[in-house]
Write a protein that binds this ligand. Sequence first.
Ligand code: SF4
Length: 343
Amino acid sequence: MSLPLVEVTDLKVYFPIRSGLVVERHVGDVKAVDGVSLTIFKGETLGLVGESGCGKTTVGRTILRLYEPTSGRIVIDGKDITDLPERELRPLRDKMQMVFQDPYSSLNPRQNVGSIVAEPLLIHGMERKEVDAKVRHLIEVVGLPHDAANRYPHEFSGGQRQRIGLARSLALNPALIVADEPVSALDVSIQAQMINLLEDLQDEFDLTYLFVAHDLAVVRHISDRIAVMYLGKIMEIAPSQELYTAPSHPYTKALLSAVPIPDPKVERSRERIILKGDLPSPVNPPPGCRFHTRCPYVQETRCRTEVPELRAMKQGQVVACHFAEEIADGKITPRSEMVGLAP
Ligand code: SF4
């Protein structure tokens, strides 16, 4: 097992809600992240998955200190960065980069691709000749055309713009890349190419990824392990293969049952867990297990009153459910009105 690159302990990120026209009052908090602990090992890809609004993007951004944590601890490569002042954080920022869902919004339309990729290198005082060689190399490794350096972002497709963003992120040889829904805006055919590229770059540049996505199908092939989030908390973390073949948490089961199977015969006959209702508000999350208002396996009293802690189930797998063993053994079955055939 390799060493940890990122260690997050009991991370909370609350965004205050203020009200009042003349005098602002603090009337509550959006508990976007509420006690998340996870580790990302050097060289691995951790997929972080959950519905929109579950807090996964906030976790990614807070690890990079783009958001300030309310409490908890963030350690990067053995260094506690939780309260590090910006001045001391700056050299570390070069080693931690973010790739966005919509690269276009983060690319200056007035700069050509060459200067976009060169910018971080020039800021770090690299010689012009070296910069030009490095930019050429980066443009090549991300699969952009040779003449890309002299062209502008609007001349490229969505997938190519994502490659421009990647080339810029790689300029300073980062150790960690937080990829926030990097393929969600792309066509399915381009998604596979982008995921293959990310895997190739991981080998070539020795990268560690936190890959944030709302869709379990997308993270399957790239992730070594997957963490599933719901309403600010981690529900399950497991090696990718185990999570897909034997998910332990009812929420993971529900997400997986929504992933289409390519065989139409199997797809037509398989059962699907139907989650009723929307994600509850992170301002007033449900007491007890956060998933209890939508869980098909919910049990009286305990699920509604006692918060389930993350605990080990099998090798490398942790789950936050009071009844994970009973559900795995079939002693507790889902409520029939929440199970149906795939549409
Ligand atoms: Fe469902 Fe209860 Fe498990 Fe929560 S603790 S996931 S409500 S069975």
